[in-house]
Ligand binder design. Structure first.
Ligand code: PMP
Length: 398
């Protein structure tokens, strides 16, 4: 039976007349990663990486081992500290819920986090709150940053865990993780970091930032959707309990047969990360901003001294509803706040926290990366200038 592959044509980044500027939601799959995954999936049989007693399983195991090494190398961890999961959502849930028994046993049922975490951190924490944990949610500075001082003031003798993201997915703000870790280490408090938006955008080495647990996702670094990992520091691994009961894969922390091709894709994506791209993205950001300056945009998320990642740009055009703007821009695939707050059903909790309710209604997120060209950014700026000017003209008439 022929599959209706043409349904994908309209979503092709180049064939559709729509410029893809939603990299923070998901990045395009790198063709080299696709080729590798295809070569694995196109085999008649991809063995189960557990079945190492026969050649098919042994081959799968080799592929997974290599991928695990590539992921570990990328973050300066040892391969045994990588637990493959379905993505950062699962990794965040595993780190937070997996520590419940330990935190209860040691009587440290207070957890400190921030108001601008991803929902996959905030929601599991809300579930723990319903179980009797105390959750402290810190309001960041207007640029989105949480300082080590804020953390120091918030923790006490009952605090067992701190959860702070590495890079905010809406603002691009980089959090001062190493400084926060110093405060926590002295007091023996566990540190979990949602690093989904950091990998490939800023250097992230687990020993430099001194986190105990960190969540990652392949589809934010030009790898496949549906795979990620939780980094678990060796000395802390016995504190964690698995969420899934089963065959005891992934050092007993995440049962389920591994998706061999996805693991390979994740590993390859890590090995292809190009730190030099940051300068190119920064220069595209600067010229984009220069081209839209006359619209008097408000930009969120720039904090000194760490700043922000260049490829995430959250902009407000005061007086213009973000949904109206997005509808006036059919040629651009951009975000309205976070992807998970689309349809206007919920306002972005991040923009609300740092700027208030009205700004969160008027904010769009433009995020770009490896495949974005200078021409595309120039074209996007022109489209935005025309759309915003058009909407403002209509507003003046009515
Ligand atoms: N955390 C952050 C900061 C994210 O940006 C995302 C993806 N939007 C996630 C977690 C969830 O990642 P995944 O899609 O891999 O579950």
């Amino acid at each position: 039976m022929a599959l209706p592959t043409d349904i994908f044509a309209s979503h092709d980044r180049r064939s559709a007349d729509c410029i893809y500027l939603d990299y923070a939601a998901t990045t395009p799959l790198d063709r080299r990663v696709l080729d590798l995954m295809y070569s694995i999936m196109a085999k008649d049989i991809t063995g189960n990486a557990q079945s190492t007693h026969h050649p098919f399983g042994a081959a799968a195991d080799l592929i997974v081992r290599k991928a695990r090494e590539q992921v570990a190398t990328m973050i300066g961890a040892s391969p045994s500290e990588i637990v493959f999961t379905s993505g950062a959502t699962e990794s965040n849930n595993l780190a937070i819920k997996g520590l419940v028994s330990h935190l209860k046993a040691v009587g440290k049922t207070r957890i400190v986090t921030t108001e601008v975490e991803h929902h996959s951190v905030l929601k599991p924490l809300a579930q723990l709150e319903a179980l009797g944990f105390e959750i402290v949610r810190l309001l960041p500075r207007p640029c989105g940053m949480i300082t080590a001082d804020m953390i120091e003031r918030a923790i006490d003798a009952r605090t067992g865990l701190v959860c702070v993201q590495a890079v905010n997915n809406e603002l691009g703000t980089i959090q001062p993780l190493a400084k926060i870790a110093e405060v926590l280490k002295e007091r023996n408090i566990l540190f979990h970091c949602d690093a989904a938006q950091a990998l490939g955008k800023i250097p992230f080495l687990v020993d430099s930032v001194a986190v105990d647990f960190a969540s990652f996702s392949a589809h934010k670094i030009y790898g496949p959707q549906g795979i990620g990992c939780l980094y678990v520091r060796t000395e802390k691994s016995t504190l964690l309990e698995p969420l899934l009961a089963g065959g005891g894969h992934e050092h007993g922390l995440r049962s389920g047969s591994l998706p061999v091709a996805l693991c390979a894709g994740f590993g390859a994506a890590c090995s292809l990360v190009d730190d030099d791209d940051r300068a190119r993205l920064q220069s595209m950001r600067v010229s984009f901003m220069a081209r839209i300056r006359r619209l008097n945009p408000v930009v969120y998320g720039h904090c000194e001294p760490h700043g922000n990642v260049p490829g995430i740009l959250t902009i407000r055009f005061p007086g213009i509803d973000s949904e109206t703007l997005v509808m006036a821009l059919p040629g651009l695939a951009i975000g309205i706040g976070a992807a998970c707050t689309r349809n206007g059903a919920k306002l972005s909790h991040v923009i609300q926290a740092v700027a208030g309710a009205q700004p969160s209604r008027e904010t769009v997120r433009i995020s770009f990366g490896r495949l974005t060209t200078v021409e595309e950014m120039g074209n996007a700026a022109e489209q935005i200038v025309a759309a915003v000017a058009g909407i403002r003209e209509l507003q003046e008439v009515s």
